[in-house]
Design a protein around this ligand. Structure first.
Ligand code: GDG
Length: 516
C-alpha cells in the first residue's frame, strides 16, 4: 500500500500538545503556531489528508469565538504569515479537535504520571520518579478522553504521538477493531530491568499493543520494548522477525530516526534575522571577537545534562588555567514543566552553577558563562548555532536530540555546488570555519553524528573537560571535514525521510510478517 492509500483514508493524529494556540492579545484573537520542524511536518501530513488532530487545548481557556462547544475549530483559523522562503501557508485545512481537560486531571495526568513517572523511567532516572495513585488514575482517564475523541472522528487510521498516550491505543482498539493504529514514541524505551520499576508496566505495554505498529528513533529502543513485552505480557509472543503476536493480531515495531529540515536550518542561519540577533547578543554581553563561543541550547530538564556540562567547564578551567579568558560559554535556556518540584530545583541549580563559575573564574573583563532566557525564534536560534565555535549537547539520556542536528545543519555546506550562489546551496555567504560538536554518547543522535561529532560520557567530568578542550583547539581543516560529515548524515536522515517512513507505516505498507 502506498501514500496514496493514506490520502483516501480518514487520518486522526492524537498528541498531547496542540499544533496551534489561540489566545487574546490586546483583546484581539490571535493564533500562534509553535516554531520547529516537527509540528509543521505533522501538520502537513494531517492537512494532506484533510484529517483531524486531537490535542489537549492548553492555550487560553477563555478563548472561544471560533471554537465549538465540543472544542472543535476548523483550520486554518487565520492566515499564517509567509516566511522568508516566500512560502505562503496555503495548505488545505483540517479539523483541530481540542480536548478541554479539567485542571486537576491535567495536574495528575500531564505533570503527574506523564512527567513524574513515565518521563524519568524512559530516561533511566529513578530519583525523580514519584508514584502517586492519583497520577495513574488520571492517566487512564485522560487517555480515555483522547481515545473517545479520536473514535468520534470516525478514523480509518490513527497516529498517536509519544509517551502521554500509552493507553489510548487499547481504548480505541476496543471501539474500532478495524482501524489501523500507529504510534511514534519520541523518548527512549528503557531496558526491562529499569522499566520494571513502573507499577503499571504490564498495563502500559498492553495499552501500546492496541497499536498495529509502534515506532522508535533507534533499533535499540525497539529491542528494549520487545524485551519488555516478552517479560511482562505473558499472553504476547515476540517472533524472531521482531513482530509481536498479541490478541489475534500482529504488532510491528520499527526504528525511524527523526531528523530536521537541514536546508531550512541552514537558510535560517544565513538570514539577516540570525545575524542581527547575534549582533545584539555580542553587544549586550560584550562578547569579544578573539574569544571562542561555547554554546548550550536546552529546555531546563535534568535529562539534558546541563549541570554535568557546567561541572566539566569548571573542571576545565581549574585544570587548564591558561584557558581563562579564551572562551565564553553561552547557555540558551528554556524553562519547562515548572509545576514539578524537580524542575524548579533544576532551574535553580543551573542558575547557581553558572553564578559559581562566574564568581570562581570571572575577571573584570571576562564573564566565563552567560545565561539567555528570552524567547527567540528559529532564525535567532540559528544565529547562535552559526556563531558558536563549539556546541555541547550532554544529555544524560535523550531519545534523539534535534539541537545536535540543527547545530550541524546550521554550519551550512562547506563546499558550495559549482555555479550556485552559496545561499542557494543552503550555505551562509561568509566563509566561516564551522563549529565543532561535543555530543553525549547517550543521545539517539550520537548514532549518526559520531564519530564526526566528538563523543563524550557526560558523567566522566575529566574526559568531558578534555573533549571540550579538544573541540576548542580543533584546527580549521578538521572542523570542515567533521562538519561536512555531520551535514551529510543530517541530510541522510532528515525530516522528509522520517515522514516518508511514517507514511508507509500509517498506510500499512512494509509489514513485518510474523512467522509463527
Ligand atoms: C523530544 C525528545 C526528540 C530549544 N530552545 C529553543 C528552541 N528549541 C527547539 C530546538 C529543537 C527543540 O526545541 C528541542 O528538541 P530536542 O529534540 O532537542 O528535545 P525535546 O524537547 O526533549 O524533544 C527528543 C524530540 O522529542 C523529537 O522526537 O529528539 O529526544 O526528548 O527543535 O530548536 N527553539 C527556539 N528557541 C529556543 O530558545 N525557537
Amino acid at each position: 500500500m502506498t501514500d496514496d492509500a493514506l490520502a483516501d483514508r480518514s487520518l486522526v493524529v492524537v498528541s498531547n500538545r496542540e499544533p496551534y494556540v489561540h489566545d487574546y492579545v490586546d483583546g484581539e484573537p490571535t493564533v500562534e503556531r509553535p516554531t520547529g520542524g516537527l509540528v509543521s511536518a505533522l501538520d502537513g501530513v494531517v492537512a494532506e489528508t484533510g484529517g483531524t488532530w486531537v490535542a489537549w487545548g492548553s492555550g487560553d481557556a477563555d478563548f472561544d469565538p471560533q471554537v465549538a462547544p465540543d472544542g472543535r475549530v476548523e483550520m486554518p483559523p487565520e492566515p499564517v504569515e509567509a516566511d522568508e522562503e516566500g512560502e505562503d501557508d496555503d495548505r488545505p485545512g483540517y479539523t483541530l479537535s481540542r480536548l478541554d481537560l479539567p485542571r486537576r486531571l491535567v495536574e495528575n495526568y500531564y505533570y503527574g504520571y506523564s512527567n513524574q513517572v513515565l518521563w524519568p523511567i524512559c530516561h533511566l532516572e529513578a530519583d525523580p520518579v514519584t508514584v502517586d495513585p492519583a497520577f495513574a488514575d488520571a492517566y487512564r482517564e485522560a487517555n480515555r478522553r483522547f481515545a473517545e475523541r479520536a473514535v468520534e472522528a470516525d478514523p480509518d487510521v490513527v497516529w498517536f504521538q509519544d509517551y502521554h498516550l500509552a493507553l489510548a491505543p487499547q481504548y480505541v482498539r476496543e471501539a474500532r477493531p478495524d482501524a489501523r493504529l500507529v504510534q511514534f514514541w519520541h523518548v527512549p524505551w528503557p531496558t526491562a530491568e529499569f522499566f520494571e520499576i513502573c507499577p503499571q508496566a504490564t498495563e502500559l505495554l498492553r495499552g501500546l499493543l492496541g497499536n498495529d505498529a509502534v515506532g522508535f528513533h533507534l533499533e535499540r529502543y525497539a529491542a528494549n520494548f520487545r524485551d519488555c513485552v516478552a517479560r511482562f505480557v505473558p499472553e504476547a509472543t515476540v517472533t524472531d522477525a521482531g513482530a509481536i503476536r498479541y490478541d489475534g493480531r500482529t504488532v510491528e515495531t520499527h526504528a525511524s530516526p527523526i531528523g530536521v529540515d537541514g536546508d531550512r536550518v541552514a537558510r535560517n542561519a544565513a538570514s539577516d534575522a540570525a545575524e542581527h540577533y547575534w549582533e545584539r547578543v555580542v553587544a549586550r554581553y560584550d562578547l569579544r571577537e578573539e574569544r571562542s563561543v561555547v554554546l548550550g541550547v536546552d529546555r531546563l530538564d535534568y535529562t539534558k545534562g546541563i549541570v554535568e556540562r557546567l561541572d566539566a567547564l569548571s573542571h576545565l578551567l581549574e585544570t587548564n588555567p591558561e584557558l581563562a579568558g579564551e572562551f565564553t560559554y553561552v547557555q540558551k535556556g528554556t524553562r519547562t514543566r515548572e509545576r514539578i518540584p524537580a524542575y524548579r530545583r533544576y532551574y535553580d541549580e543551573v542558575r547557581a552553577r553558572i553564578a559559581d563559575l562566574d564568581r570562581a573564574y570571572g575577571t573584570e573583563d571576562w564573564t566565563p558563562a552567560i545565561y539567555i532566557e528570552e524567547d527567540i525564534d528559529d532564525r535567532e536560534l540559528a544565529g547562535l548555532y552559526r556563531h558558536a565555535d563549539v556546541a555541547v549537547v550532554s544529555s544524560r539520556r535523550d531519545g534523539m536530540n534535534l539541537v545536535a542536528k540543527e547545530f550541524a545543519a546550521a554550519q551550512g555546506r562547506p563546499a558550495p555546488t559549482a555555479g550556485l550562489a552559496p545561499e542557494a546551496n543552503g550555505a551562509p555567504a561568509r566563509d566561516r570555519v564551522p563549529g565543532a560538536l561535543v555530543l553525549s554518547r547517550f543521545v539517539g543522535a550520537a548514532e549518526s553524528l559520531c564519530p564526526a561529532a566528538l563523543s563524550v560520557n557526560p558523567y566522566d567530568v575529566g574526559g568531558f573537560a578534555s573533549m571540550i578542550r579538544e573541540a576548542l583547539e580543533m584546527d580549521a581543516n578538521e572542523r570542515r571535514e567533521r562538519a561536512s560529515a555531520m551535514r551529510a548524515s543530517v541530510e541522510a536522515t532528515d525530516i522528509d525521510a522520517w515522514l516518508a517512513a511514517q507514511k508507509r507505516v500509517l498506510a500499512g505498507g512494509e509489514r513485518v510478517v510474523a512467522d509463527d
